[in-house]
Ligand binder design. Structure first.
Ligand SMILES: Cc1cc2nc3c(=O)[nH]c(=O)nc-3n(C[C@H](O)[C@H](O)[C@H](O)COP(=O)(O)OP(=O)(O)OC[C@H]3O[C@@H](n4cnc5c(N)ncnc54)[C@H](O)[C@@H]3O)c2cc1C
Length: 306
């Protein structure tokens, strides 16, 4: 069954005869996540165009194979046991076009690369995203944000496909139902194909200054020298989660290879050989301590996949 699907997918060719898809079997997810954690996925598939992505989704549906869409893997924790099914990577779908103040980006485009690209056109509004290590699709899905900005303020419309019906639909700005790290897409099965961002014309020097400032703040405050998935928890009723974790004396707390960062208590870092089990155990200790001490129930921002 596994080999047959692999052969069928590998048989798909570009007009010049080269394979249209990359297909790996039993591929460790630790190779594709910023946490460097996660067991093998039965299939890891990289379509190189939107057409090929639609083909893959259709094939997986036909074969009734469980599917997970992965962007840059910067907000996910895969189980040590891996993933029974197919992980489909969007990273080759990375086209970006600029037309006036409107930026159209495919789902796999790097958010930081898009922020850098639009700055060259003196477009402002996306500076906050410079340094967020996600894809456009992941950022639209999570309503990624930083330094007072968020995707909700720039996303104009998003095209998605429902993998079960193959129906492609466009969501207009107000239909994204954005909230803090929330969107209409969370909990839905639709795959984000591309997004249009609406930006404004700005002063190029000020845009550059803001991006440099945000990057500097990240580098000085975040433990970027270690693998992580960024801030593990959402904010808790207006309180800074990292501050509560620090006040509770949990900085440096370690389970196996997972550690509460000494630099930024909101981050759990992989100090070497961390397993998903280590991270989950550490999360439970943090949640229980913060609940007891601050009566605050921490919710994970990171997506756990098993
Ligand atoms: C060092 C560091 C700093 C970070 N700083 C920030 C920050 O300042 N602000 C912030 O908001 N986040 C931050 N993050 C978290 C993360 O980068 C963002 O949430 C980012 O938007 C996730 O994008 P991704 O492509 O990596 O998504 P992934 O981790 O690959 O996936 C996240 C979720 O999105 C879904 N998804 C991805 N692509 C699609 C698609 N095309 N269609 C449908 N669903 C999709 C996945 O299925 C998954 O459920 C940080 C992470 C790290 C490691």
């Amino acid at each position: 069954m596994k080999r047959k699907l692999t052969e069928e997918l590998l048989a798909r060719k570009n007009p010049d005869g080269t394979p249209a898809l990359s297909v790996l079997t039993d591929e460790p997810m630790s190779n594709h996540t910023t946490f460097r954690i996660g067991g093998p996925a039965e299939y890891f598939i990289i379509p190189h165009s939107e057409k090929d992505l639609l083909f893959v989704l259709d094939k997986l549906k036909e074969e009734d194979i469980r599917t997970f869409i992965l962007g840059k893997g910067s907000n996910v924790l895969f189980a040590d046991e891996g993933f029974r099914g197919a992980v489909v990577s969007t990273l080759s779908l990375d086209r970006v076009t600029v037309d006036g103040n409107v930026v159209a980006a495919e789902c796999g485009a790097s958010l930081t690369a898009v922020a850098r690209h639009v700055a060259r056109y003196s477009l402002t509004g996306l500076e906050f995203a410079f340094g967020i290590p996600g894809s456009v699709g992941g950022a639209v899905y999570m309503n990624a944000g930083a330094y007072g900005g968020e995707m909700a303020s720039v996303v104009e419309r998003t095209r998605t496909v429902d993998p079960f019906t193959g129906i492609i639909r466009t969501y207009e700005r107000e239909e994204h139902e954005y909230g803090y790290r929330e969107s209409v897409f969370r909990g839905k099965n639709e795959v984000i194909l591309s997004t249009e961002l609406s930006l404004s014309t700005g002063n190029p020097d000020e845009i550059e200054e803001r991006m440099a400032d945000y990057l500097e703040r990240r580098q000085s405050k975040q433990p970027l020298e270690y693998p992580s998935a960024g801030s593990v928890f959402k904010r808790c009723e207006g309180r800074f989660t990292g501050q509560m974790i620090e006040e509770a004396g949990l900085k440096g707390l370690t389970v196996g290879g997972a550690q509460v960062s000494n630099k930024h208590a909101g981050f759990i870092i992989n100090v070497g050989g961390a397993t998903a089990r280590d991270v989950l155990e550490l999360i439970e200790i943090i949640r229980k301590t913060i609940l007891d001490r601050f009566s605050c129930s921490l919710e994970c921002e990171m997506i756990c996949v098993s």
